[in-house]
Design a binder for this molecule. Sequence first.
Ligand code: PFF
Ligand code: NA
Length: 453
Amino acid sequence: MAKRGSWRTRFGFYLLAIGSACGLGNLWRFPYVVGENGGGAFILIYVFMALAIGAPMLIAELILGKNSRKSVIVATQQLSTKAGKHFKWVGRFAVILSIVVLSYYAVISGWVLHFLTQFLVSLFSTPEVVTTKTNLASLMSNGWLQFMLASAHLLITVVVVVKGVQEGLEKWISYTMPLFAALVIVLVVRSFSLPSTPEVLRFLFYPDFSKLNLASLNHALGHVFFTLSVGFGTMVTFGSYMREEDHPPTAGFRVTLVDTAISLIAVVMIFPVAFQATNAPLTDPALMFEVLPSYLISIPGGALFGLAFFACLYMAALNASIGLLEVVVSNWVDVQKKMERGSASWYSGIIALFLATFPALSSTLFADFEVKGRSLIESLDSLLINWALPIVALGMLVAYNLGTSEKEKELNFVDKDKFVSYTMYPHWLFTLKWAAPFVIGLGLILQIIGAIL
Ligand code: PFF
Ligand code: NA
């Protein structure tokens, strides 16, 4: 069996965990989910859920990995054995979910690649050509282009994973992250000078609870899990790479804070532009890709800026995809000892590519598909993130609760040198045992009622 590495530095671990958390979920998905759920009130619930439910569950996954030094399938099998219960399937579902989400994520990453190349081309062509090409409609009308872009993305992801995560990648991430932060801040400042700003701030930060619907709680939770990479087993795998002296509660909390901050910055960046644009699809996955490129093309120096922005966004998407592929591969290798990392990576990439056909052709071949007014890609998003993800995350939580003793939990959470861990421990325990299962259950029930009514 391949030797399990651990990170040479604590910094390396943070890069990996934050790199996996921060991605399209923050910049692309969060804004349109906020739009779909009416703005301020939803943001309030979302932030509360991220800190109160997401962070504790993220910490539990890190601990599960750090303790077992195994990936999620084997780790949950061990928990089942200890509890004498049958929840072995939970780990398997997490891995299946990861590969399906990877395929869907690859299609959106392909969209990013498209704009990246369009901005590159636009540096060498006339403004008219650029405006016609850097719009979403031209991409949406070409399903095979979307499929090819998703394939290119999967190929890049597999190659990076096959070559080994530890080297190279850490460096890449550390170079692109600060540049990305700088670009996003410039964009926030710029979009704040648009006349739509006061209206946007009211929309985003003045909570109007009448805009929520029965599914909103669950939409908030689903997005919390997606954006924090909880419920996929990713954080279990990363936890298994942590060094002995690393403290999962601190790490989990920091990852949550960084990820939440980035999501909030993303909405502040995108909504002024979206409100400015006429007919912006506030409630649909196209939101960011519809408004941002055309805005960038219209401002002086925007093509170069757009190129840098989409290049960084692509790096973020690649990182997150690597995290997803990494879960699948490490589990496959843990479960099937004869399987080699390289082959497991290629096979997983091919499976993801096959699955990617559906979301990639959503706007062309499957354009007629419609369930409750949702297109194929929107239905898939909802099925994966609003239904499957909370259920799997809940299953993993129950497995963890039943498979570990209170003594063990305390041992992993409380660090005698860290005062906060003493004070936070009872809250964490209460959340894992009662609050989180209750809230997730409630979210699902309300969503079911909403779907029936
Ligand atoms: N958290 C990522 C995002 O917000 O874009 C998505 C993701 C990456 C989910 C890796 C799960 C995962 F394993
Ligand atoms: Na995220």
